[in-house]
Each structure stands twice: as structure tokens, then as C-alpha cells.
Design a protein around this ligand. Structure first.
Ligand code: ZN
Length: 439
């Protein structure tokens, strides 16, 4: 199929997907998932809906090699159809219109990640309608509900409840792929790992009193002030894992000296610093605070909630080390209670899947190169790596026309939109990778 036909069809499918309101919570993904099942079924894929919550099913679709007992590899394209919320009053175009204006398709999910779902579906449908089947192995599509709030009825549940329907050797999901320029070279990130989440509550104790007499009692809220100031002033520390080390190297910096490497990157393009620095260590971001329930009562207890992200493979120890080094002498005066702990995981940066991505990128955008990155956030790749330890899972949705610096501020934000030329670019990539890896 010609590139412009892939672009047109992917644009049509994405427009349909954007028009299903799948804001999570509550999600209500059934209609969008059924639409995708019909579309793939019509093209010749075998489809199955699997649900823990009947209103929120997940879809598994297979295009397998002919012949029983085939032992070839399974390549899986993964995507979630739920989105975060959107406030239409902040948008130039309605977030559920799917309008195409000046070459951009607008809507919640246009980047995260109905666009990738559409490109994956169109790639598989195009291959299937053209009569292509894997020489050996299977092309599998998994479209899930419930990613934005953690996957309880989505990928987490699906991989655990139905490992035989979701097992795969290679997986492509969200996380990277938008082009960025550095030192005059175009680069495409391939996301090899996700950071872990170690959220905690930081509590100060005091003694209640009447607010009209500030020296009565002991104000717990004021005891949090030094801790907040220390977090605001903290310099980064580094716990370098495989992918970010390779990224620094790929950008011509020395991974054995991360502080110096960051300086060098900042000198070339300071905007990249905010995206790269969090990949290199533990981060602490205070996001919520609570003290007295009444304005005229001095609080006897006050707490902060802190969103702490830890490099893949590292656990509570790494989080505690960073907390103690930032809070210093305040550590002993405050209570630390972890409320969510999820260890991040990683895939090796060298693999046949990485080789295939490299081949595709250098063929389709000559003089560009790929670099491994890690996601400071979270994605469903984590559940697949945990359930299937041999599975190599990467985030890769190639975008050539919109750059990382253009897309990053639009994700989860107002006026989310995608250049429709990138829809054709990505759909071509998924079509070609399936042929390359499965024959
Ligand atoms: Zn997403």
C-alpha cells in the first residue's frame, strides 16, 4: 500500500478512536475496543475480547503463520485506548472531535496513545488484507483498557490472567520514537526501560492550639518548611543504568561523569536537560500537602505527598538513600511512609528487535540514528517484562515531522494533536518491522 494510503487510513481510524470518550476514570473502553475488534476481524485477524470488568474489555488479535506446531517468534504490538481527562474550555478544537485542521489531527489521545494504536491496527490490517502471513511465528496485537490509572483491569490483569494469550518474545509499546536533533544529527529514542514508583508520605507531628495565639501548641505545618526547601534546593544525584549510559554515550558525552555530561548537553541544547536529567537518578517531586482541617486550629499533624521515581531495577533502598541525602538532619524529625512501591524494569538495549528498528530508521530517514532512552514515567511494558522475563519490550512510535520538544508538552495537556504525516510514517514502520522480523 502506498504511503499516502497508509496515512489516510490511519487518520480515519484515529479519528474514530478519538471520538470514543475513554477518559479514565471511568474509562468506558468497550465501544472503542469493539470498533478495533471489528476492524481487525474484517481484515482477517483472529480476535478475542478478554475482560475482568465487562465495560472495560481488552482485545487480543492474532495473525499467525500457517501450520500447527509452529515455533516461530511472536511479535506483539501493544497499545492502550484509555486517556486522561480534558477540559474543552482550554482547547482550540473539541478534544473528542478528531478534527483535522492544517495537517494536524486534534484530540485527547492523538499522541497518548490512540495514534499508535491506529498505526499498529492499520499496519496489521493492511498486511492481512494483502495476503501476508508470517513465514513462522505470529504477529499479535494487544489493545488494552486502563493504563492511565495503573492497569488493574488492563495489561496488569490481562498478562496475569491470560499469559497464554499474551505471551510474546518482542513487544512494541509507547514511550519514545519522536525525533530530536542534537549536535546537528536527527535522533530517534527507543525506550528500553521504565522507572519505578516509590511514592511516600512525609509527616510532621506537633501540638494543636488556637490560631489566634501562634505561640501556643506546636505547628506541625511549619516543621515541613525546611524539608520542602531542601527538596527545592537539591542537586541531582546519579544512579546510572544501562540505557541512559548508552544514551549519554550516543550524544557524545561521558557516562562515567554524569554531572559533566549534563553540562555538555545543556550547552548544546538546554531544553533537552529537563527530559534527560530524570533518566539518570532518583527524583523527588512534592505534589500534595495537608495540615489542619480548620483555619483557626494550629495543626498537630501535617504531611506532604511526594512522587518519587527510581531508576529501573533499583528499589526502596535507592529511594531511601536519596531521601536521606536530600533531607539531611530533617530525616529524623519526620515520619516516612511509602504508599506505593513498584520497581521499574528494563529490556537489554541490544537485541534483534533493536537491530530491526535501526535498519528501518536508517533506511527511512537516512543520516539519522537511534538512541536508547528510559521513560521517567510508567507504561504497560512493565507488566509484560514482569510476566514474560524473556520478552524484549521497547517503546517506539516513530514521528519524523513533529519533534520531541513539540510533542512532550502536549501529552496529558490541552491541544494535544499529531501531524497526520507521522501517522503514515508510523504505520509504514509497523508494516515493515513485521515483514522484517517474521518473514
Ligand atoms: Zn500512554
Amino acid at each position: 500500500m502506498a504511503a499516502n494510503e497508509l496515512e489516510r487510513e490511519t487518520t480515519d481510524v484515529l479519528r474514530e478512536l478519538v471520538r470514543f470518550n475513554t477518559v479514565n476514570p471511568p474509562g468506558n473502553e468497550r465501544a472503542a475496543i469493539e470498533f478495533l475488534a471489528r476492524y481487525l476481524n474484517d481484515a482477517g485477524l483472529e480476535t478475542e475480547l478478554l475482560a475482568d470488568d465487562e465495560d472495560r474489555p481488552n482485545l487480543v488479535a492474532d495473525l499467525a503463520a500457517a501450520g500447527a506446531g509452529d515455533k516461530g517468534p511472536t511479535l506483539c504490538y501493544l497499545g492502550h485506548v484509555d486517556t486522561v481527562l480534558a477540559d474543552p474550555s482550554e482547547w482550540t478544537h473539541d478534544p473528542w472531535s478528531g478534527d483535522v485542521v492544517d495537517g494536524f489531527l486534534w484530540g485527547r489521545g492523538a499522541l497518548d496513545m490512540k495514534s499508535q494504536v491506529a498505526a499498529e491496527a492499520v499496519a496489521a490490517a493492511t498486511l492481512a488484507r494483502g495476503g501476508w502471513r508470517p513465514q513462522s511465528g505470529c504477529l499479535k496485537l494487544v489493545f488494552v483498557a486502563d493504563e492511565e490509572t495503573g492497569g488493574d483491569v488492563g495489561a496488569q490483569w490481562l498478562t496475569k490472567a491470560h499469559p497464554d494469550r499474551t505471551r510474546c518474545d518482542m513487544l512494541l509499546n509507547e514511550g519514545a520514537g519522536d525525533r530530536f536533533e542534537f549536535g546537528g544529527t536527527r535522533r530517534y529514542g527507543v525506550c528500553c526501560a521504565e522507572k519505578g514508583i516509590f511514592r511516600f508520605k512525609l509527616t510532621a507531628r506537633g501540638v494543636a492550639g488556637h490560631a489566634s495565639l501562634p505561640r501556643t501548641g506546636e505547628n506541625a505545618l511549619l516543621k515541613l518548611a525546611p524539608a520542602l526547601q531542601r527538596i527545592a534546593d537539591a542537586e541531582p544525584t546519579f544512579e546510572l543504568t544501562e540505557a541512559p549510559a548508552a544514551l549519554l554515550q550516543g550524544l557524545g558525552a561521558d557516562p562515567s561523569n554524569p554531572a559533566e555530561a549534563l553540562k555538555q548537553i545543556a550547552a548544546t541544547d538546554p531544553r533537552l536537560l529537563t527530559l534527560i536529567e530524570p533518566m539518570l537518578g532518583v527524583t523527588l517531586t512534592p505534589t500534595m500537602a495537608h495540615a489542619s482541617d480548620k483555619i483557626n486550629v494550629i495543626p498537630s499533624r501535617a504531611y506532604l505527598k511526594i512522587d518519587c521515581r527510581v531508576p529501573p531495577g533499583l528499589g526502596e533502598d535507592a529511594a531511601r538513600r536519596r531521601i536521606e541525602s536530600v533531607l539531611g538532619e530533617e530525616t529524623g524529625r519526620l515520619e516516612i511512609e511509602f504508599t506505593e512501591m513498584v520497581t521499574g524494569n528494563a529490556s537489554p538495549i541490544n537485541s534483534p528487535l533493536m537491530d530491526a528498528i535501526n535498519r528501518w530508521v536508517t533506511t527511512n530517514d537516512p543520516d539519522s540514528e537511534t538512541v536508547p532512552v528510559i521513560l521517567p514515567g510508567f507504561s504497560d511494558s512493565r507488566w509484560f517484562r514482569e510476566e514474560f522475563p524473556d520478552c524484549v519490550a521497547y517503546g517506539f512510535f516513530p514521528q519524523r515531522h513533529m519533534t520531541l520538544l513539540e510533542t512532550a508538552p502536549l501529552v496529558h495537556s490541552a491541544n494535544e494533536r499529531i501531524d497526520v504525516r507521522d501517522l503514515g510514517f508510523a504505520a509504514a514502520c509497523y508494516t515493515d518491522l513485521a515483514r522484517d522480523l517474521l518473514g
